[in-house]
Design a binder for this molecule. Structure first.
Ligand SMILES: O=C(CO)[C@H](O)[C@H](O)COP(=O)(O)O
Length: 230
């Protein structure tokens, strides 16, 4: 990642806090862009802002604690006011590919239960069609080989994710298959086809869940609402 991309992530991440209001319960997404939101949020909390958040990954939980962001969970609140999250790809209909960091199940739960979802990203994440970024699919460890074969039958090349020479294990103790589809013309249809396969826990396709996208790039920061998309 270039310093420039890092800067765009910081700009988008910090911009998102403008939509946070006192008393809100927040969904705290995952990834390096969200890091900047959490850092900025920590500063506002120090100045008296009163919010609490549900983290969508153990990594986010660690950052939130570091920045003194009060945390809660679904035993305490069932509806969140606002979720702020990153993405790996965003299409013109605001469908997303997520899960590059391996937290897609918790991210989807947090976003699904939020009244409003804001996605923050650098400009490069905006694409004409999803699919260049291999689609992360969370699967049970048990029998992952047969699940991978069934996904391959749908036209993908699934690769079991590894980190540091070991199989990557998600926060939910599952594996991730990074599935090269190259082109995903109908994200909703593909999501449903994958969900029908035994062994698939969740897909990284987030369809019809995003209300606003904040994109930062060479031309500055752009806030795009679902109603006036590009
Ligand atoms: O879906 C995610 C993690 O599972 C992240 O939101 C996505 O990978 C974007 O990350 P980053 O902000 O680091 O580019």
């Amino acid at each position: 990642m270039t310093d420039q991309v890092d800067l765009y992530k910081k700009i988008a991440g910090e911009k998102a806090v403008e939509y946070i209001e006192d008393g809100m319960v927040l969904g705290l997404g995952s990834g390096s862009t969200v890091y900047w939101t959490l850092k900025k949020l920590g500063g506002l909390i120090e100045q008296g802002l009163n919010i609490k958040g549900i983290p969508s990954s153990l990594r986010t939980e660690g950052w939130a604690k570091y920045f003194n962001v009060p945390l809660t969970d679904f035993s305490d609140v069932q509806v969140l006011d606002l979720a702020i999250d990153g993405a790996d790809e965003i299409d013109p209909n605001f469908n997303l590919t997520k899960g590059g960091g391996g937290s897609l199940v918790r991210e989807k739960m947090v976003n699904f239960h939020a009244k409003k979802v804001i996605i923050i990203a650098d400009q490069s994440k905006m694409v004409d069609e999803l699919g260049k970024f291999p689609l992360p699919v969370e699967v049970l460890q048990f029998g992952w080989q047969v699940t991978a074969q069934k996904i391959a039958d749908l036209g993908a090349k699934p690769v079991l994710r590894e980190r540091d020479g070991c199989f990557f294990v998600s926060n939910n103790d599952n594996y991730i298959l990074d599935c090269e589809f190259n082109s995903i013309p109908d994200p909703e249809k593909l999501h449903h086809s994958l969900k029908q396969l035994l062994g698939v826990v969740e897909t990284g396709l987030f369809v019809n869940m995003t209300d606003m996208v904040i994109l930062a790039g060479a031309k500055g920061v752009k806030v795009i609402n679902k109603t006036n998309q590009i």
